[in-house]
Design a protein around this ligand. Sequence first.
Ligand code: ZN
Ligand code: ZN
Ligand code: ZN
Length: 221
Amino acid sequence: MNLEEYKDYCKVDGHDKLFADKYGFHKISLDELNELYRNETFIPYAQYLRTCNWKSKRLEILDRDSFRCQGCGGYETENKQIVDVFGMKSSSKHLLWKDTKVIHWTDLSGNKRSSTLNIPEGKPDKPYNLQVHHKRYVQNRLPWEYDNEDLIVLCNYCHKQEHDNTEILVFDELGNNIKDYGKCGKCGGTGYIPEYNQVQGGVCFPCHGAGVNILLINKKL
Ligand SMILES: [Zn+2]
Ligand SMILES: [Zn+2]
Ligand SMILES: [Zn+2]
């Protein structure tokens, strides 16, 4: 099977197709991933970000952080046509806060959860995109196996700033600090390319969404 043709989306019921596409990744289970990569020695980090496991972890962190950037308070935005009182859609698109009010999702233990979103007042000053930042990495640890304290919601601006100003510690499996691993030149270390939001949730391809120049996952897990 060609990975890029795997079109079956993992639905997140947000009563909003765009939102579901955004927070949903192409549905793929760990078993399917292992099957797809059975002849390879490892599965790239970004492929694990396509699983429902990561989607659940991501929503858990977004829910904990009230779907707000923990740096500036930024909230998810979207470009949308405005519908007037006659039901006519405006010809141009307007930058608005995402209007999803409730998201139903399933956590890593299989429990059904609901998040009620608090949409900010007023209009957004610029487009925001919420990303989940890893404060540290451990080699060969699956993205959803990190403690929640290791993860935080940041907007695209604060996320970029964090990677510009702070060196993210990377540890090997034995707990040794790996120094001079180098940041990905494409995404600057964030692992996201906001312009590619519609493609694999904006995951940076060269670094497999890890932001670093070493393989975060380098063996079969
Ligand atoms: Zn921010
Ligand atoms: Zn980050
Ligand atoms: Zn990158």
